[in-house]
Design a protein around this ligand. Structure first.
Ligand code: 5GP
Length: 186
């Protein structure tokens, strides 16, 4: 994963990793730690129509755009995948990942299960990793603990989480995020 091997004088194509997990699983922290310790692994920055939460920065956490801008990008076929998650649009720009992959860099997409399905259905080779919380009770605790969301949003996230967990068998690896250092290691 770390060496960007050369083939015929050009870098061999990088590998595309997909990480999916119910919201509140701690996947963002996990993947951020992973890209710090694994050389040659790039984290794709998604586009979203969701408003930035406190502390989030445009161009760092996401590319924050309007619904109209997002819909234009969809219309222009700019997305490798996109989905409506919790009423907001999220998508991966094809050009961003393609540039890295052709340079031989490995890329990790942190996307929901609908997006992962789209990438697979395009026949693109991916290595899928599904991150699970230790239990449903811990997930609920984490969602409440971060207190970023209203009660209604938390309920909705828990419902969606339970449907998402059913998809784990579509992924090559499952990692339980019980303790961050241990999970990064795994
Ligand atoms: P959040 O709003 O909590 O940052 O993210 C909500 C959900 O959207 C998470 O499950 C996250 O993985 C997913 N998500 C983030 N970026 C993308 C993307 O580019 N495509 C898709 N399909 N899902 C995404």
């Amino acid at each position: 994963m770390s060496s960007s091997p050369v083939r015929d004088g050009r870098p061999a194509r990088g590998q595309l990793f997909i990480v999916s997990a119910p919201s509140g699983t701690g996947k963002t922290t996990l993947v951020e730690r992973l890209v710090q310790c694994v050389p040659g692994l790039r984290l794709s920055r998604s586009y979203t129509s969701r408003p930035a939460r406190a502390g989030e920065q445009d161009g760092v956490d996401y590319n924050f755009i309007t619904r109209e801008q997002f819909e234009r990008m969809v219309h222009e076929g700019q997305f490798l995948e996109w989905a409506d998650v919790f009423g907001n649009y999220y998508g991966t720009a094809a050009a961003d990942t393609e540039a890295w992959l052709t340079q031989g860099e490995d890329v990790v997409l942190v996307i929901d299960v609908q997006g992962a399905r789209q990438v697979r259905s395009r026949g693109i080779e991916t290595i899928g990793i599904f991150v699970l919380p230790p239990s449903a009770a811990v997930l609920e605790q984490r969602l409440r603990g971060r207190s970023k969301d209203s009660e209604e949003q938390i309920r909705r996230r828990l419902e969606v989480a339970s449907a998402e967990v059913d998809e784990y068998a579509q992924y090559e690896y499952v990692v339980i995020n019980d303790e961050i250092e241990a999970a990064v290691g795994r």
